[in-house]
Ligand binder design. Sequence first.
Ligand code: URA
Length: 268
Amino acid sequence: MEHPLQAWRDTLEELGVMGLVREPAQAAPTETVAVAAPPPARQPVAPPAPAPALRPAAYAPPMDPIGCPTPEAVAGATTLQDLQVAIQGCLACPLGPGRLKFVFGEGDPRAQLMFVGEGPGRDEDLQGRPFVGKAGELLDKMIGALGLRRDQTYIANVVKCRPPDNRTPAPEEARACLGYLQRQIELIRPAVIVTLGATPLRELVGVSEGITRVRGQWKRVVVGGREIPVMPTFHPAYVLRQYTQDVRRAVWEDLQAAKAWADKAQEG
Ligand code: URA
């Protein structure tokens, strides 16, 4: 059955108002406000009830007037949760107003092995989770074949909002989101990053050579002053389209090399 949010989105698209309506921001915890009932006629007025105790203030990241988290809010987030709160209302690029859900990323916040894809597709936009469609199923299988569970790794994307029609994110969209991914990487401190497809390799690592040429060759990226080895491999969606033994074997070799490096880093 179609997800109700998709019907809502289709309706907005038909009406031509998609992009004018924003996904509701996550509601801040509300504080209870006691409303005094009117005193009964001609009876002594009861003294006001004591004010309810205030809960500690929730993390409220600074935003600029059009809803973009400031660089200070991003740098000041010291946990992945705080970072998510800081950036999930982002409208810094044209993808923001069109999303159903912000896809922050998920997994072990201390993962040794981190995967970086391109951006959410339809399923991810509906669920707010990375790699949950067909490509995600294949990624899960490959992670399983490495002897890991998905939640023992960390999975994120270059852009956190779905590009229309699943197109490749434009360079300025990727640039608007890059600081978020970099802060995520700084907080997770993975031993190895596996880039899935050409987009994360180009946008995160700065390597624009064709993925067919460079897959399987170690690259490196410096994030927060720390150098991290990067293993470029094919995107699982490409593997599904080119389901040949050669392509599958290539990805399998790349993932095994990345896992072996992560294991070594954990031992040492
Ligand atoms: N493709 C991606 O690059 N990322 C996702 O999260 C899903 C599909």
